[in-house]
Design a protein around this ligand. Sequence first.
Ligand SMILES: [Fe+2]
Length: 275
Amino acid sequence: MRIGVISDLHIDRYNTEEIKPKDFSLTLANEVARQSIELLIIAGDIANDHHKAHRFIQEVEQLTNIRVLFVPGNHDFWNSSKDAKTTWEIYRFFKMQQESLIGNPYIINEKWAIVGSPAWYDYTFASDRFSYDDLKKREFSGGTWQDKVRINWQKSDQEMSEYFRDEASRDFEKVKDKNIILVTHVPTHKAFRVPMPHRIFDYYNAFIGTSDFNDFYDEHNIRYSIMGHIHFRHEVVENGVNYICACLGYRREWRTNNLQHEIRNTLKVIEIGDE
Ligand SMILES: [Fe+2]
C-alpha cells in the first residue's frame, strides 16, 4: 500500500490572485493521483481555523476518492472564524470526525495500524539555560508564542503533553502487536528541534517538541513516526524507526513560488506490504 504523508499546509495564509485556499486541495489531489497514493495522512496545521481544516479534508477526500486521515495541529485549534467555540470544543469537533486519528486508531490490515495524536510541547526541547518560569511566560526577545493568545486549554503545556500521551497510550492498547505508524503534530525526537545554540530558538524550542512519547518507542513496534510543526522537510532513522517530517510550511520558506512543485517535493510516500 502506498501511503502519502504531508503536514503544515497552512492553506489560509494566502488569498491572492496567484494562490488561494482551493489551490491547495486541487494541487494536493492531483499529486495524490499522480503518485498512485491509496491513503493520505496529514500531520496537522491545515489552517488557522477548524471549519477550514474540516472542509479541506472533505474536499481532498472527494477529489481523490481515497481515505484521508489527520491529527489537528496547534494552528487548527486557533479558531480564526471566532465562532465562540472553546479550545476543548474544537478538540471534540475534530475528534468526532471519522478522518481524525485522535482516540481512533486506523487499522490498515492484519499487520499494520496507525495511531495519531496532536501531542503537545512540554518545554524539554529548550536550552537548559532557561528556567521553567522563563519558559512558561511564552514571551521572549520581543515576541509572543502565539498559542498563548490563540489557545486556551485551561491547563499548563506540560499537563497537555501528558494528556495527549495518556490518550495515545490507550490507543496503542487497541492495536497491540501490530506494526505502528505513529502520527503526531508536535515532534517527539530532538533531531527535529532547531539546532542550538540559537539566538531565538534556545528559547522557542520549548514549544517545538515533547519527550512524553519517548517510552512508546520501547514499548510498541513503531516503524514510522510522522510529525509536523517545524517546517523542515527531514528524515531520521534510529533504532528501526523512520522519523519523517514532511512539512510544506509557509510560502516565504519555499524554495520556489510554485505550489505544485513544492507539494510534489514535500509529499512523502511510504510503502507497506502485508508483512
Ligand atoms: Fe504547528
